[in-house]
Write a protein that binds this ligand. Structure first.
Ligand code: G1P
Length: 302
C-alpha cells in the first residue's frame, strides 16, 4: 500500500527562498519538512512506500532522498558518524517519484500517482502540515478497518468565517475511535459518516464546520473517478469533488482530530512557529533556543 504526497507546487508564499530551494526541503530544525511527512506516512502498518508527486523543476527533492555513498564516507572519515547515519537514513527511505508538470489542482496531482497506487487503497498526505508521533494515519486505518475498509479522512472544526479556505464535510457523528466516548460530536476522536463534501464553500453554503485537514485514506475507486473529474473550485481538478462522487457507490468516514497536535508549515509565519514549537520539544535544542531568543521573547512564548 502506498502513500501519496503531492509536492509539485511552486511554493510562492516562500519566495524568494523557494527560487532555488523547494518549499518541501525547508528545514524544521535540521530536517526538511517533507521528511517529517514521509515518516508520518510510513507509520501505518501496510504502507510500504511513499510516492512523491514532484515537478521536473525540483530535482533537489530526489537528490535528498537518494543514497550518496561518497558523501557518507567523507563524513565518516571526518568522524561524523552520527551525521552520516542521518544522511544515510534519509536516502534509504522507500520513496519513489512521479511528475506533475502542470498546476491543475490537487485531484490532478493525486491522479499522477495512479500507476504506483494500483488497485490498493492509498493514503494522501498534504505536505504543508505534519503530525509527529501522533499516529493520525494509524488511527484513520483503524476507523477504516472498523467500517469494512471504507475511505476515511481526517477533519477538524474551523470557525465559520474560514470555511471557504477548505474542503468541508456533511454528515453525522456515528461513534468514536476505539469505542471511547468523545467529549462532543466535533471533538478529538469522534467518527462521522460522511454524506457529502464541498470544496471551499461560502459560509452560508457550508454543511458543517468540519474541514478536511489534509490526511486521506482512499479507496482505489477514487483514482478511476479522478480520470473523468471535471474542473471545480478555483478552476482546478479537485480531489474533494471526486470523493463526493465516490459517495454514490461507497461509504466514507471522517475522524475528528485536534489540529493543534499538528505542525503547520504552509506560510512563513506558520513555519517559524513550527520551528519554535519543535525546538521547545527537542531536548537537545530547548535550552539553547530559549537562550538565543532572549528572556523577553522567551517569556512571551509562555
Ligand atoms: C486542499 C484541499 C482542501 C483541504 C485543504 C487542507 O486545499 O483541497 O479540501 O481542506 O487542502 O489544507 P488547498 O489548501 O490546496 O487549497
Amino acid at each position: 500500500m502506498k502513500a501519496v504526497i503531492p509536492a509539485a507546487g511552486l511554493g510562492t508564499r516562500f519566495l524568494p527562498a523557494t527560487k532555488s530551494t523547494p518549499k518541501e526541503l525547508l528545514p524544521v530544525l535540521n530536517k526538511p519538512v517533507i521528511q517529517y511527512v514521509v515518516e508520518e506516512a510510513l507509520e501505518p502498518e501496510g504502507v510500504d512506500g511513499v510516492v512523491i508527486v514532484n515537478s521536473h523543476e525540483k530535482p533537489q527533492i530526489e537528490q535528498y532522498f537518494s543514497v550518496d555513498e561518497a558523501f557518507e564516507e567523507e563524513l565518516r572519515g571526518r568522524g561524523k558518524a552520527f551525521q552520516a547515519d542521518a544522511v544515510h537514513d534519509a536516502g534509504s527511505l522507500p520513496v519513489s517519484f512521479v511528475y506533475q508538470d502542470e498546476a491543475r489542482g490537487l485531484g490532478h496531482a493525486v491522479l499522477c500517482a495512479e500507476s504506483e497506487t494500483g488497485d490498493e487503497p492509498f493514503f494522501v498526505l498534504l505536505g504543508d502540515y505534519f503530525v509527529p508521533d501522533r499516529q493520525m494515519c494509524v488511527n484513520m486505518a483503524k476507523v477504516s478497518k472498523e467500517h469494512g475498509g471504507a475511505s476515511v479522512i481526517a477533519v477538524a472544526p474551523v470557525p465559520a468565517d474560514q470555511v471557504s479556505r477548505y474542503g468541508i464535510i456533511a454528515g453525522e457523528c456515528v461513534g468514536s475511535l476505539d469505542g471511547k466516548t468523545p467529549e462532543g460530536e466535533e471533538s478529538d476522536g469522534a467518527v462521522w459518516k460522511v454524506t457529502g463534501l464541498v470544496e471551499k464553500p461560502q459560509p452560508e453554503d457550508a454543511p458543517s464546520h468540519l474541514f478536511i485537514v489534509g490526511r486521506y485514506l482512499l479507496s482505489p475507486r477514487v483514482m478511476k473517478l479522478l480520470e473523468t473529474q471535471g474542473i471545480g473550485a478555483g478552476g482546478e481538478i479537485q480531489l474533494t469533488d471526486a470523493m463526493e462522487r465516490l459517495l454514490e457507490d461507497e461509504e466514507m468516514y471522517a475522524l475528528v482530530v485536534d489540529p493543534e497536535e499538528g505542525c503547520d508549515t504552509g506560510t512563513p509565519a506558520a513555519w517559524a512557529a513550527t520551528n519554535a514549537k519543535m525546538a521547545l520539544q527537542d531536548e537537545s535544542s530547548r535550552a539553547a533556543f530559549l537562550e538565543a531568543l532572549g528572556s523577553k521573547a522567551a517569556s512571551q512564548l509562555g
